[in-house]
Design a protein around this ligand. Structure first.
Ligand code: LLP
Length: 430
């Protein structure tokens, strides 16, 4: 089964991480064992300095492209307000995310509303709130939006999301651009639907959008999707409609293990190659790439099991309800010891599991870790995206705390959930 690089290599490959003899493993300069002691475990920790650094890297790699951060990756107000402050826009997929993005300080004009099943209420909310762009995904949605916009006398700015039938080569559950996936308008019916939109009152057809999937590690699928869209821009223009913008979606992969990432510069190269000569405004919607490596989940060993096991097993106090990716997608996330002594101790293959009563509640098999005793603190890496945001209260487990590290200080940004509140909204009839 999988093993993992040694602690020093993991630190070297993670900009947010470092270590020193006093604090052990640190995130943006603050000791993770200390954070565990101060705030308890399990706790999601995210580094604001790392987030700013990644945002700056992305900004520099993609000049002339508007960046709409995909809120779903990590929707905490503190994260959103940092990105809004840096001039990013937001990509939202529900009325809740729209309201959250506004609450965090995004200008409504910089918010793009995507999603295959927006309700009438959500469309009304977006229009009333001045949403900058609604990415329409079907003929029926276009007609409903037109009716709602006309009734509100507010013009909806629309991009048509295209399903280009391109396989992004990613995990089946996060692939969105193949013909059989539920997203977007089929490429072949797009031009006619676009023309229909252009003829509707209170609809302003602004352009096209595409998002072929998440966790993509090759520039080829991006290029093929963008080339198809560029062809469509020409077709639609030739038919007499105006196309002002192309929204190129998200999907840049993050190396959780030994994958080779597509550099944002390479993705920008594909965008330029396809759309450079078309005179369109360009936008992207990255989520994972911005936040994943900025976060870790710290947890404490609650049980060690050495008896009759193929290898030692540690049970930690974080579980699949706190961080779902390993259980849901079989995703690999490196796991590290955090104390100064544990970081240099001899290692052995160790299974790391959560306490939930499901065999999928496993964070890693045969991970190279030192002998960790009960009470030791571990860090699961790269949990900043699709981490806390995908939590649940399964097994009546309260939400983990969330902590932001900024300027060398750790601050609580979301209090640990309280068990007694878990049933507060439940009603026992009679
Ligand atoms: N735009 C749209 C329309 C999307 O559906 C998504 C992600 C993004 C942008 C951002 O994609 P990113 O840059 O983060 O790859 N929970 C899964 C990922 C689901 C992604 C869904 N859509 C995971 O943990 O891997």
């Amino acid at each position: 089964m999988s093993t993992q690089p040694c602690a020093l290599d993991l630190i070297a490959s993670h900009q947010a991480l470092s270590r020193n003899v006093l604090d052990g493993l640190t995130l943006d300069g603050v000791g993770l064992a200390q954070i565990a002691a101060q705030f308890g475990t399990p706790t999601h920790v995210i580094g604001a300095d790392s987030l700013r650094a990644r945002a700056a890297t992305l900004r520099a790699a993609m000049p002339y492209v508007a960046i709409h951060y995909a809120v779903k990756a990590n929707d905490h107000l503190a994260i959103l307000s940092i990105l809004a402050g840096l001039g990013f826009g937001a990509d939202v997929v529900s009325g809740g995310e729209f309201s959250r993005a506004i609450a965090a300080g995004f200008a409504p004009a910089k918010i793009v509303f995507s999603g295959v099943g927006k309700t009438g209420d959500e469309l009304r909310l977006a229009l009333a709130g001045g949403c900058g762009q609604i990415n329409v995904e079907s003929a029926e949605e276009l007609e409903e939006l037109a009716l709602i916009a006309a009734s509100m006398k507010i013009t909806a700015r629309v991009a048509l999301r295209i399903n280009p039938d391109i396989d992004a080569g990613t995990h089946d559950k996060i692939s969105t651009g193949r013909a059989g996936d539920k997203f977007g308008v089929p490429h072949d019916s797009a031009a006619a639907l676009y023309a229909r939109g252009a003829a509707l009152p209170f609809i302003e057809m602004r352009g096209l959008a595409v998002h072929i999937g998440s966790q993509i590690f090759s520039v080829g699928p991006f290029q093929r999707a963008y080339d198809r869209l560029a062809g469509l821009v020409r077709t639609i223009r030739a038919a007499g409609s105006q196309v002002d913008l192309v929204d190129c979606g998200g999907g840049l992969g993050v190396a959780y293990h030994n994958e080779t990432e597509v550099l944002p510069e390479a993705c920008y190269g594909a965008i330029k190659a396809a759309f450079g000569g078309l005179g369109v405004e360009l936008a992207v919607e990255p989520g994972r790439w911005c936040v994943a490596p900025c976060g870790v989940l710290v947890a404490r060993v609650i049980r060690t099991r050495l008896e009759a096991m193929e290898q030692p097993m540690i049970v930690i106090d974080a579980a699949m309800n706190d961080f779902m990716r390993p259980a849901m997608y079989g995703s690999y996330h490196a796991i590290m010891a955090t104390s100064p002594a544990d970081l240099v101790a001899p290692v052995m293959p160790t299974d790391v599991v959560g306490p939930i009563c499901e065999s999928s509640d496993v964070f890693g098999r045969a991970r190279t870790l030192p002998a960790l005793g009960t009470g030791a603190v571990v860090a699961i890496l790269d949990t900043g995206a699709y981490g806390a945001v995908m939590r649940s209260n399964y097994n009546s487990r309260a939400d983990a705390a969330q902590v932001l590290v900024e300027n060398g200080q750790a601050k609580l940004i979301r209090a640990r959930g309280e068990v007694s509140k878990l049933w507060a909204r439940e009603i026992v009839p009679g």
